[in-house]
Ligand binder design. Structure first.
Ligand code: 13P
Length: 265
């Protein structure tokens, strides 16, 4: 039995983290958590996510209709975007939307995060595409994001921000942190004359390790090996994933150590 109050407190804690880390300004950003197929908790619209208390948090159904909200609070204006992620990704239990400085700058410049520059980013994210621009609060953003949902666990939103989702609120937040860290490193290394990218072989070894560990979520490493032989890709067949589960953060740290050792770094 989930303790809703505890989850509301956790949403407030993550709200503080995204605000205190400068991943959102003012009242920006939104967070949601799936309780079950018909009930979801979400942040209210128009409040600073850095100063929320549990009574701010709203409850909605799978269509974004209000099930419970305290006086003065309405669900996030981006609730349709969150609901589309849950609808199309049944493995997702939490969605975090923010406007982190570096990732959002890439989204504004129209540059997706695709350069393989460090093992953690390659293993955790692979790459981060940019979903086409949509007007906030309309179905344009959910529609734009939709085509990336089956292949990635984080996307940039053109001229807007970033979206990350995972099996838990903490993992969704960590995904957002990884996106921003990757964007920041990419930006800074570009100032230093341009990053020296990992080779195709190094990337493939990282992908292989990710597959071996059976990490959850969607990732370019999960492309069916048949795709490499010129046969059609089979993202949805499930044959590539081992079905094992593990915490993303623990795995990334363990894998990274091994990979760094193997690469002699
Ligand atoms: P809400 O306060 O309605 O969640 O909107 C914030 C935001 O960042 C919209 O993109």
């Amino acid at each position: 039995m989930v303790n809703e109050y505890e989850i509301k407190k956790e949403i407030c804690d993550i709200g503080k983290r995204i605000y205190n880390r400068g991943m959102v300004a003012s009242n920006d950003g939104n967070i949601s958590v799936k309780l079950n197929d018909h009930e979801f908790l979400c942040t209210p619209t128009g409040v600073s996510k850095g100063f929320m208390t549990p009574e701010f948090i709203c409850k909605v159904d799978e269509n974004g209709n209000v099930l419970q909200a305290n006086k003065g609070f309405k669900p996030s204006s981006e609730i349709k975007m969150h609901m589309r992620v849950y609808k199309e990704r049944p493995d997702v239990n939490s969605v975090v939307h923010a406007h982190p400085m570096y990732a959002t700058s890439f989204a504004i410049a129209g540059i997706p995060l695709t350069q393989p520059i460090m093992p953690e980013a390659v293993i955790a994210l692979g790459c981060v595409p940019i979903a086409e621009y949509g007007t906030p609060s309309t179905n344009e953003i959910p529609d734009a994001v939709s085509k990336y949902l089956q292949h990635f666990d984080a996307v940039l939103l053109a001229n807007h921000g970033a979206l990350a989702y995972s099996d838990s609120l903490l993992n969704a937040y960590h995904k957002m942190e990884s996106v921003e860290f990757y964007a920041q490193l990419l930006f800074l290394s570009k100032q230093l004359g341009g990053p020296k990218e990992l080779s195709k072989e190094q990337v493939e070894r990282l992908y292989e390790i990710r597959r071996k560990f059976g990490m959850k979520g969607k990732h370019p490493a999960d492309l069916c090996p048949n795709a490499k032989e010129g046969k059609p890709s089979c993202h949805s067949c499930g044959g590539c994933s081992s079905g094992k589960s593990a915490s993303d953060a623990d795995l990334v740290s363990e894998i990274t150590k091994k990979v760094m050792k193997e690469l002699g770094l």
